[in-house]
Design a protein around this ligand. Structure first.
Ligand code: GCU
Length: 425
């Protein structure tokens, strides 16, 4: 017992030292000076590989769009396998009187299996009891377990915490992330919410790849990773599509009105999910930064080299060739946003979140315009950033708010306004 506590203290100490060293390393040579952003030329959204310029929606959808998906898959996020993995759903709890009677909660165990090995994930849903007809839904991963998103003591946490933490009792996280999940507001405005812990799909440590859903797919090799093989971000994107598969079985959910919201590393996965899966009608990136909405070529804040060093298990191996060689990457992130057209996309930044490059996030939403204009949709008109708390709500949306890297009540208000505009009017 005493030795256990001693070990935990020592490991905690080591963790702090490691975190500090990572932070110091990451902050070295970081550019936060706009005047030092290198001159760059962005690859063209509408220029096909054979040099032709896209003139129609048809040409975009048949020729250019698949070319871009292929470039992102082979150079950045890795390929999403075509193979299907069996999944079963088990309803663990259902409470029609949740949230003081205004919602129904459901907890569902997903079991993914390839016949030899199984991986479990827990979905938590709150569905408004009013209106009684179908409702739109927000899908999004949480970082610290479903139980961290609410103080509701009936919410379960998944076994993945035995892998992620030194303890099998993660209850101390209960409610600690509730400020990032404005459940009351979401339910009051007539939306359902479906969340899962991202560790359930790929526990966020390189050494835990063997416990991720990636390990269920044909050709998986625990000892080797192919240059264009998917890693954690690809797996998280895949997992959010599996949540949609489940939502399609739910009578109360309007599956023509599915929004996905992801924060930070999950903002990256969200954009990639939105690019690949057309069932996401609204795609929201919250402070997604490098590998998310921010333009790589600006090299402002986090860069390809720093992200690949700190998180070697997020992107495909091919992506490492672009460490300090941003200009040779065949794509940039405005093209990822363009892949979401004609569905609606919203990018959000925080003023103090310089690591994520708010201006780079804004500019890629701005430069995604040509794909949206092909469909006759409205885009961000000026390359001047809007002021704080002055959201742009066209078919492409954007806001920057005061404060740091986080998801706040203000962010959710904007997302709900954006969803109302596109889903309810
Ligand atoms: C780190 C990382 C970012 C990421 C963030 C997060 O700061 O460098 O790329 O977005 O973690 O996911 O919280």
């Amino acid at each position: 017992m005493c030795t256990n506590i001693g070990n935990r203290k020592r490991n905690f100490g080591l963790l702090i030292v490691w975190l500090f060293a990572t932070l110091v390393y990451a902050q070295q040579n970081v550019n936060y000076d706009e005047s030092k952003v290198p001159a760059y030329v962005l690859p063209k959204i509408l220029q096909c590989e054979n040099g032709e310029t896209v003139k129609s929606v048809e040409q975009w959808e048949k020729q250019r769009r698949p070319e871009l998906i292929e470039l992102f898959a082979s150079h950045v996020y890795g390929r999403t396998p075509d193979a299907k993995i069996d999944v079963t759903y088990e309803l663990l709890t259902e409470d029609p009187h949740a949230m003081d009677g205004k919602a129904t909660s459901k907890q569902v165990k997903f079991t993914f299996s390839n016949g030899k090995k199984k991986i479990e994930a827990l979905l938590l849903m709150y569905i408004p009891n009013k209106p009684t007809d179908k409702v739109p839904v927000f899908v999004g991963y949480n970082f610290k377990g479903n139980h961290s998103t609410t103080s509701d003591t009936t919410v379960l946490y998944s076994p993945v915490f035995q892998l992620m933490k030194e303890t099998n009792h993660a209850d101390w996280e209960r409610g600690t992330q509730a400020s990032r999940w404005s459940y009351d507001k979401i339910i009051d405005r007539g939306y359902a919410i479906a969340t899962m812990c991202y560790h359930d799909i790929f526990p966020d440590k390189p050494e835990l790849r063997d416990h991720s859903i990636v390990s269920l797919f044909p050709g998986y090799d625990p000892e080797a990773i192919a240059p264009d093989e998917w890693q954690a971000i690809g797996a998280w994107a895949w997992g959010s599509s599996r949540i949609v598969d489940f939502l399609e079985t739910q009578e109360k959910i309007d599956c023509n009105k599915i929004a996905i919201m992801g924060h930070s590393r999950q903002g990256k996965a969200t954009l990639w999910a939105g690019a690949q899966d057309k069932r996401f009608q609204i795609v929201i990136s919250n402070d997604s930064g490098c590998g998310g909405a921010a333009l790589f070529r600006r090299r402002f804040g986090e860069t390809i080299a720093t992200i690949n060093k700190a998180f070697p298990h997020w992107f495909c191996e091919n992506f490492r060739q672009y460490n300090n060689r941003e200009e040779s990457l065949p794509i940039d992130q405005h093209q990822l946003i363009a892949l979401i057209a004609p569905r609606k996309v919203y990018v959000a930044s925080a003023e103090k979140d310089l690591w994520a490059d708010p201006r780079g996030e804004f500019l890629s939403a701005y430069y995604a315009g040509p794909a949206y204009r092909l469909y006759g949709l409205s885009t961000i008109e000026s390359n001047e950033m809007p002021k704080l708390h002055e959201p742009i709500m066209e078919d492409i949306g954007y806001h920057i708010r005061a404060g740091v890297h986080d998801v706040t009540e203000y962010d959710w208000e904007c997302y709900l306004d954006f969803a109302d505009k596109h889903f309810k009017n």
